[in-house]
Design a protein around this ligand. Structure first.
Ligand code: A3P
Length: 272
């Protein structure tokens, strides 16, 4: 894969910026960056490096489809363009907007235990706040009100996967959405990438040799054409503390929503 124009592309007038054939729609903190970077190992995949936030943010959506296409990488005919914006999954208007832009677009959704996801989501917001020298409440204060789960906590709402998934399934057929198991991607990326290649109808090109476990990072890193690449320090960082008692409350709260999600997608996951 290339990130800028290669000599072949420079000579070939057919290299252009095209609409994505596939979009990673979420979930936030599910492993969306890892999935995008891993798909990019495939020679026929080119990715938009930065999150585009077109279908979820009005200020970008107003700029129109030509603006959207201009955010995409250069590709040759036959290559698949992929962008990832985790905010799409929970954005109420994103499914209809995406459908009208291209009803054939393939959707990738990487999910993760929604309780772990919530803690990771909080940790990310906390880091952003601290960088701006802004204070932030401890997680337990946001998650619990008088000892009970606070249903208006935004990060909790983002973990109610069935509510968001229902909106996508109103428009997109189930077969057009491929669900990647985020925990499985962490444990052993190759099998998940094989399934994704198949879904994207790509000639299998990614191999187990593209991955090695980096003991310092504690995660798999990528190998491609002699280059070694780990995700940055914001991926796979220690989570903010949460008492075991509060975490168990969260797990109990999420049990029913999780069962609804499993039934909705016809797949189950080993979540807390
Ligand atoms: P944590 O930081 O909570 O561990 P996203 O890119 O959607 O923000 O997801 C971030 C998550 O990707 C990380 O969450 C991490 O667990 C997960 N991840 C999956 N594979 C990874 C890899 N190979 N390297 C680093 N993080 C990975």
């Amino acid at each position: 894969s290339v990130t800028s124009e290669t000599p072949a592309q420079a000579q070939n007038t057919t290299a252009s910026r095209r609409m994505p054939g596939a979009i990673i729609i979420g979930v936030r903190k599910g492993g969306t960056r890892a999935l995008l970077e891993m798909l990019n190992l495939h020679p026929d995949v080119e990715v938009a490096k930065a999150e585009v936030h077109y279908f979820n943010l009005d200020e970008n959506f107003r700029k129109g489809l030509d603006w959207y296409r201009a955010q995409m990488p250069l590709t040759l005919p036959g290559q698949v363009t992929v962008e990832k914006t985790p905010g799409y999954f929970t954005a109420p208007l994103a499914p209809a907007r995406m459908w009208s832009a291209n009803p054939a677009v393939k959707l990738l959704l990487i999910v993760r235990d929604p309780a772990e996801r919530l803690v990771s989501d909080y940790t990310q917001v906390l880091h952003n706040r601290l960088q701006q020298n802004k204070p932030y409440q401890p997680l337990e204060e946001l998650l619990l009100r008088q000892g009970r789960i606070n249903p208006s906590y935004k990060a909790l709402q983002r973990s109610l996967y069935h509510q968001h998934m229902a909106r996508w399934l109103e428009l997109f057929p189930r077969e057009q959405i491929h669900i990647v198991d985020g925990e499985a991607l962490i444990q052993d990326p190759f099998p998940e990438l094989q399934k994704a290649e198949r879904f994207l109808e790509l000639v299998p090109q990614i191999t187990p040799d593209n991955f090695y476990f980096n003991t310092t990072k504690g995660f798999y890193c990528l190998l491609s054409e002699g280059h070694d690449k780990c995700l940055d320090d914001s991926k796979g960082r220690p989570h903010a503390p949460l008492s075991n008692k509060a975490f168990q409350k969260l797990c109990r709260y999420l049990w029913v929503p999780n069962q609804i999600f499993f039934r909705m997608v016809g797949q189950t996951f080993k979540w807390c």
